[in-house]
Design a protein around this ligand. Structure first.
Ligand SMILES: *Cc1c(COP(=O)(O)O)cnc(C)c1O
Length: 231
């Protein structure tokens, strides 16, 4: 078996164990293989054994991979998105996880209406309040959520966060608990009225803890594809 397949099997095993620990069904958890900077051949290898959910951060890279790979891949946009680039990916992404401003949400809505479509989005929350990261704060999420929820052409389905890089995943448990409770608050206040919401949280360093705390999407790159080389 290739290293890639061995890696993803290990990740699947960890997901199963974490789901059990959190009293959840692993079928309810979607593993997004974060393939940024990684070649098309690796994505194809995973596709060939049945994987369909892939995550990318950069519009140009995403657009060229979309063109080269099968159409039934569900592409998750997880990186910071500039309004002038929306048009290159909007009709081909499955979900945009990284909506971090009302301005961006409005621009996505406008492009979606032009194409007569509805785009699934998550709102990114910088729960750990790191200076280097984008996203709403826990404090201003509610007012921004209200604005964004009114926009036509988009459908808000939940929240996303990237917790700090840590050696010990336990350190990030607090942030996953916080993201979940922000969503529960919106629901309790009647602001979010769909039956189901989605939490996108957990990366290589902390996805098992994120699952225990209710992650629906985990975004795992390094543990599957190996370390990234940025040039
Ligand atoms: C790169 C990236 C990931 C994957 O990170 P790993 O640590 O390699 O698993 C997940 N989420 C976001 C937003 C990313 O940018």
């Amino acid at each position: 078996m290739s290293e890639l397949l061995e890696n993803i099997k290990d990740v699947e095993k960890n997901i199963d164990m974490a789901a059990e620990k959190g009293a959840r069904y692993s079928e309810d958890i979607t593993l997004i293989a974060v393939s940024k900077t990684k070649p098309i051949e690796m994505i194809q290898e995973l596709y060939d054994i049945g994987y369909r959910d892939f995550g990318e951060n950069y519009v140009q890279e995403l657009a060229s991979k979309m063109d080269a790979l099968p159409e039934d891949i569900r592409w998750h946009m997880i990186g910071h998105l500039q309004t002038n680039k929306i048009k290159y990916i909007i009709d081909k992404v499955y979900m945009i996880h990284s909506v971090d401003s009302v301005h961006l949400a409005e621009a996505i809505g406008k492009e979606a209406r032009k194409r007569n479509m509805t785009v699934k989005i998550l709102l990114e929350v910088n729960v750990a309040e790191e200076n280097t990261k984008f996203g709403f704060t826990s404090a201003n999420l509610e007012e921004n959520f209200k604005e964004i929820n009114k926009i036509e052409g988009i459908e808000v389905l939940g929240l996303m966060t990237s917790a700090p890089y840590v050696e010990n995943a336990e350190e990030n448990r607090q942030y996953f608990v916080q993201l979940r409770s922000l969503m529960v608050d919106l629901k309790d206040k009647g602001l979010y009225n769909k039956n189901r919401f989605f939490l996108s949280m957990g990366m290589t360093c902390d996805y098992t803890v994120a699952i225990e705390e209710g992650a629906d999407f985990v975004r795992v790159g390094t543990a599957i594809f190996g370390a990234r080389n940025y040039v």
